[in-house]
Design a protein around this ligand. Structure first.
Ligand code: SF4
Ligand code: SF4
Length: 246
């Protein structure tokens, strides 16, 4: 029997789900042959409440989302956080620096009273998460790797070493040499250092490795005459929740 798979979106741009729909033709066909997709709002109107694997995209930003997520957790055998907002809170958590009233006023103006919001949080802050598929932008290869492992009954292997490793393998010149800062030394790899390869620096969208070597990052900053504050500002863009929680 094929495992029944469901996709759910919470506070997010739904970019990951769109990216799954953008899989190459054969990859998408293979996926659909291997699993039974019973719930995917962007694809089908029929919905089933009986599923084995739940992919959750988005962070949790409203009271009503908490009970909805708990219900999904109670149903699913396996819960997988999909993307930066679900895994680490992501950009939605930037509003956590404000009071919730202020955040509502800034977004909805005079209509703020018609809406509700709570400080944003990643999925694991509300229910236990079995696996994480990280990043913003999405890396569909990693998504397929995780699905394949689950179908085979194996534990998906997600990198737990820093982006710098993949950056070196890609042959990039370190951006510190160009006077920029970068979170690559402490952020989890798996994206192939795509941002650095594209001329940017790492913004930390995949979250920290399990045991980040913060002292080493500080040493690098010192070597290049940069301050911790400069890098923390960048870290906050995706990782406010992590920063607040520590
Ligand atoms: S610090 Fe950034 S640019 Fe430098 S090697 Fe690491 S990931 Fe690449
Ligand atoms: S380089 Fe950094 S910001 Fe870019 S995708 Fe990889 S982890 Fe995310």
């Amino acid at each position: 029997m094929k495992p029944k798979v469901a996709f759910f979106d919470f506070t997010s741009c739904e970019g990951w789900q769109l990216d799954i729909l953008n899989l190459e033709g054969q990859e998408l066909l293979d996926l659909l042959n291997a699993v039974d997709v019973v719930n995917f709002r962007e694809v089908k109107t029929e919905r089933e409440d009986n599923y084995d694997i739940a992919f959750i995209e988005g962070s949790i930003s409203r009271e009503a989302e908490i009970s909805r997520l708990q219900k999904i957790r109670n149903q699913a055998k396996v819960v997988i956080a999909l993307g930066a907002c679900a895994c680490i809170g992501g950009v939605n958590c930037l509003k956590n620096h404000l009071s919730m009233d202020e955040a509502l006023r800034m977004v909805y103006g005079k209509d703020a009273k018609n809406y509700d919001t709570i400080p944003s949080r990643p999925v694991h802050a509300v229910v236990p998460v079995d696996y994480y598929v990280r990043g913003c932008p999405a890396t569909s290869a990693e998504f397929l790797k995780v699905v394949k492992a689950l179908i085979l009954g194996k534990k998906p292997e997600i990198p737990n070493y820093p982006v710098c490793v993949e950056c070196k393998m890609a042959g990039n010149v370190c951006v510190f040499e160009r006077g920029m800062t970068c979170l690559g030394p402490v952020v989890r790899a798996g994206c192939g250092a795509i941002c650095v390869t594209s001329g940017q620096h790492c913004w930390g969208c995949r979250g920290l490795v399990d045991e980040p070597n913060i002292d080493s990052e500080k040493d690098i900053l010192q070597k290049y005459g940069l301050t911790v504050e400069q890098v923390v500002e960048k870290f906050k863009i995706y990782n406010t929740y992590t920063e607040v929680a520590k």
